[in-house]
Write a protein that binds this ligand. Structure first.
Ligand code: WT7
Length: 645
C-alpha cells in the first residue's frame, strides 16, 4: 500500500485552491472550455481583448489557436503592468556561481534594462518575426534578452550553454536567426565555459546571423569580430530606457525551443504569445500556490523549457520574486542549495529528481545543518521521481512539513499538465497525481484503444486541451502532425507510458519511444547514434537507455568498429569525447560495448528491444529471438554486457 500524504491543515488554510474548487474548476475546464478559459484568459492584460477563445482540432486539419483575435505584448505583461503596483519590489534575485556574488533586480530596473536592449536590437535591424538565438549562462541578461525579444516581437530560440558549436550552429541554421546573444564565458562550479569561442566556431557555417551581442561575464580573453560583434554593455549604455512594446497577436510566435525526438534532428518546438502566457502564469500561481511577496526558486536553466515557463514568463507575469542561480548544486559544496534557501529565505523550491538523488548520497547532516525554515512548498520536475527520493526530499529537505508537487509536462506542453495542487491533492510518493485544468489524459493500448479504470498504457491527451500547448514544429507543420497526432487518431501522443490507479492518480513510467531522459535532459538515441557513426572508426552504432542510480537513465552505446580497428580503452575515451564535441557533455555515453554484430531482423532492422533488455541486465527476458538473421550475436552481447548491476 502506498502511503498517502494528506494536505497539511495549516497549508490548506491559506491555499489558493482547495479540493472542492479543484473538482469544480476541472469539470468546467473540460466541459465548458470556452467559458472557463474565456474567464481565466483575463489574468493577462490584453491590448485588444479577445472575443474568440478556443479553436482547436487534433484531427483532420490539425490546428491549435487560443484567444486568436486578441492582441498583447508578453514583456509588457511581465514588466510594465507591475510598475505602478510593485515597481520597487524585487523581480529577480540573482545568485552567482560564487557564493559571495548576488544581487536583487527590481521590476523597475528590469523594465529599464529590457527597454534598453529592445532599443539596441531594433537599432541593429532586428524586427518583429525575426529569430534571435540566445546562448547565455544563467545571468540576469538571459531574462533581459528573452523579454527584449518579446517586447519587439522577435522570436527567441535559447540554446543551452552546454551544447557544442555544432549543435548551436544547427539550431541557428534551422530557424535562420539574424542575431546571436552570447557571453564571453560562462561560470559553473568555478569552471569557465567558453561560450564566445563556441559561438565563433558555430557562426562559421551560419550565414543568416549578421550580428552578435556579447555580455561581458568573466572578462576572459575573446576575439570580437569588427562589424559583427558588439558588447552588450556598450549598446545598452547608450540606448534609451523607455520603449513602446510592439502589439502582438495572441498567436504570433513567442519562442522556439529545440528538443529531441525519437527520430531525426531536434525539432523546433514553437510556442505563441497569448495562450502560452495565460497557461504559464496560471500554472505558476496555482501549482506553486504562489502568494504575493514570496521568494520562489526554480533551479532549472533558461536553456530548457522549465526555465522559460517557471523562471521567467510565469513568475514575472505574476509579479513574483524569482530566483536565478548561475551555479551548480555541489559547488562550493553539496549544501549549496540549502545555503541559498537560507540566504534568500526561499519559500518555494522547485528542482529535478537527479539533483535530489545526487544530494541524497551526501547524507542528511549536510542538509540538517541549514535551517530551511522559510520553505513552504517543494517541487519536482523532469523525470519520474522514485518514492525513495521523494520520501527523502519530504522528510529531510522539507522537515515533513512541506508538500511536494511532482509536476509532469514536456517542452511541447508549455506548462505543467499533471500535478498535485498543494492545497487540494493528497500526495502519493512517486505519482504526479491529477490533471491540471483543461487536461484530459487518456490511456491507450498499443492498438489505440482507450482504456478505462485502473490500467497501464500509453499516455495521450484528448481535446479540448490547454492554451499553452505548442502550435507547430518551426518550418515543418507536417512533422508536427506526424509526430504527435498520427499514432493515435484525434489525440496528442506524449511519448510517455503511464499507469492510472484506482483513485485516478497518474504514475508516469517513462518514455515508450526512442527518447532517453538523462538527468532530466532529453536525448534522442538517434542523435547519439548519428554522432557515433560520424566517427571514421565506427561502422555502426545502436544507443539505448539503461537505469542509472543518479541520472535516472544512462546512455548505453553498442558500437561496431570498421574492419581492422581494434577496441581499446583509448578508443573508448576518444568516442566519448567525440560525442561530447558533436552534441555536448549531456550526450556522453556512459557505457560503450564493443559489438562485433548487432541483432537484426532478416530485413536489416536493428532489434532495439533486445538491446534494451541486455543494457538493463535483464537478458533472461529477451523474448522471441527467432526472427533474427543471426541469433548467435545475442550470446556475444550478453556475455560482454557492460551493466551487471
Ligand atoms: C519528458 C519531457 C517538463 C520540463 C522538463 C523536461 C519526462 C518530465 C516528469 C515527471 C515523470 C517526467 C517525461 C516527459 N518528465 N517531468 N514529473 N514525472 N516524467 O522537459 O525535456 O521536454 O522532457 O520528461 O518523460 O515526456 P522535456
Amino acid at each position: 500500500m502506498t502511503e498517502l500524504f494528506p494536505v497539511p491543515a495549516d497549508f490548506a488554510k491559506n491555499a489558493l485552491i482547495d479540493e472542492k474548487t479543484y473538482e469544480e474548476w476541472y469539470q468546467r475546464s473540460v466541459n465548458d472550455p470556452d467559458g472557463f478559459w474565456g474567464e481565466h484568459g483575463k489574468r493577462v492584460d490584453w491590448i485588444k481583448p479577445y472575443t474568440q477563445v478556443k479553436d482547436v482540432s487534433y484531427s483532420g486539419d490539425v490546428h491549435i489557436k487560443w484567444f486568436a483575435d486578441g492582441t498583447l505584448n508578453v514583456a509588457a505583461n511581465c514588466l510594465d503592468r507591475h510598475l505602478e503596483t510593485r515597481g520597487d519590489q524585487t523581480a529577480i534575485i540573482w545568485e552567482g556561481d560564487n557564493p559571495n556574488e548576488s544581487k536583487h533586480v527590481t521590476y523597475r530596473e528590469l523594465h529599464a534594462e529590457v527597454c534598453r536592449l529592445a532599443n539596441a536590437m531594433t537599432d541593429l535591424g532586428v524586427k518583429k518575426g525575426d529569430r534571435v538565438t540566445i546562448y547565455l549562462p544563467m545571468i540576469v541578461e538571459a531574462a533581459v534578452a528573452m523579454l527584449a525579444c518579446a517586447r519587439i516581437g522577435a522570436v527567441h530560440s535559447i540554446v543551452f550553454g552546454g551544447f557544442s558549436p555544432d549543435a548551436l550552429a544547427g539550431r541557428i541554421q534551422d530557424c535562420d536567426s539574424v542575431l546571436l546573444i552570447t557571453a564571453d564565458e560562462g561560470l559553473r562550479g568555478g569552471r569557465k565555459v567558453p561560450l564566445k569561442v563556441n559561438a565563433d566556431k558555430a557562426l562559421e557555417t551560419c550565414w543568416s546571423c549578421k550580428s552578435v551581442i556579447v555580455v561581458k561575464r568573466t572578462g576572459g580573453d575573446i576575439h570580437m569580430v569588427a562589424g559583427r560583434d558588439h558588447w552588450y554593455h556598450e549598446l545598452t549604455e547608450k540606448a534609451a530606457a523607455t520603449h513602446t512594446p510592439v502589439e502582438m497577436s495572441a498567436e504570433d510566435p513567442l519562442f522556439i525551443l529545440y528538443t529531441s525526438g525519437s527520430t531525426g534532428k531536434p525539432k523546433g518546438v514553437l510556442h505563441t504569445s497569448g495562450g502560452y502566457l495565460v497557461y504559464a502564469s496560471m500554472t505558476h500561481q496555482y501549482v506553486f500556490d504562489y502568494h504575493d511577496g514570496e521568494v520562489y526558486w526554480c533551479t532549472a536553466d533558461v536553456g530548457w523549457v522549465t526555465g522559460h515557463s517557471y523562471i521567467v514568463y510565469g513568475p514575472l507575469a505574476n509579479g513574483a520574486i524569482t530566483l536565478m542561480f548561475e551555479g551548480i548544486p555541489t559547488y562550493p559544496d553539496a549544501s549549496r542549495f540549502w545555503q541559498v534557501v537560507d540566504k534568500h529565505k526561499v519559500n518555494i523550491f522547485y528542482t529535478a529528481p537527479t539533483a535530489i538523488r545526487s544530494l541524497m548520497r551526501e547524507g542528511e547532516e549536510i542538509v540538517k545543518k541549514t535551517s530551511r525554515a522559510s520553505l513552504r512548498l517543494l517541487g519536482s520536475v523532469g523525470e519520474p521521481i522514485n518514492p525513495e527520493a521523494w520520501l527523502w526530499y519530504h522528510r529531510v529537505v522539507g522537515d515533513n512539513r512541506c508538500p511536494i508537487v511532482d509536476t509532469w509536462w514536456q517542452t511541447e506542453t508549455g506548462g505543467i499538465l499533471i500535478t498535485p495542487l498543494p492545497g487540494a491533492t493528497a500526495l502519493k510518493p512517486g505519482s504526479a497525481t491529477r490533471p491540471f485544468f483543461g487536461v484530459k489524459p487518456v490511456m491507450v493500448d498499443a492498438e489505440g484503444k482507450s482504456l478505462d479504470g485502473a490500467v497501464e498504457g500509453n499516455l495521450c491527451l484528448a481535446e479540448p486541451g490547454w492554451p499553452g500547448q505548442m502550435r507547430t514544429v518551426f518550418g515543418d507543420h507536417e512533422r508536427f502532425v506526424q509526430t504527435y497526432f498520427s499514432t493515435y487518431k484525434g489525440m496528442y501522443f506524449t511519448g510517455d507510458g503511464a499507469r492510472r490507479d484506482e483513485d485516478g492518480y497518474y504514475w508516469i513510467t517513462g518514455r515508450v519511444d526512442d527518447v532517453i531522459n538523462v538527468s532530466g535532459h532529453r536525448m534522442g538515441t538517434a542523435e547519439v547514434e548519428s554522432a557515433l557513426v560520424a566517427h571514421p572508426k565506427v561502422a555502426e552504432a545502436a544507443v539505448v537507455g539503461y537505469p542509472h542510480e543518479i541520472k535516472g537513465q544512462g546512455i548505453y552505446a553498442y558500437v561496431t568498429l570498421v574492419a581492422d580497428e581494434e577496441p581499446s580503452e583509448e578508443l573508448r575515451k576518444e568516442l566519448v569525447n567525440w560525442v561530447r564535441k558533436e552534441i555536448g557533455p549531456i550526450a556522453s555515453p556512459d557505457l560503450i560495448q564493443w559489438s562485433p554484430g548487432l541483432p537484426k531482423t532478416r530485413s536489416g532492422k536493428i532489434m532495439r528491444r533486445i538491446l534494451r533488455k541486455i543494457a538493463e541486465n535483464e537478458f533472461g527476458a529477451l523474448g522471441d529471438t527467432s526472427t533474427l538473421a543471426d541469433p548467435t550475436v545475442v550470446d556475444d552481447l550478453i556475455e560482454n554486457r557492460m551493466n551487471r548491476g
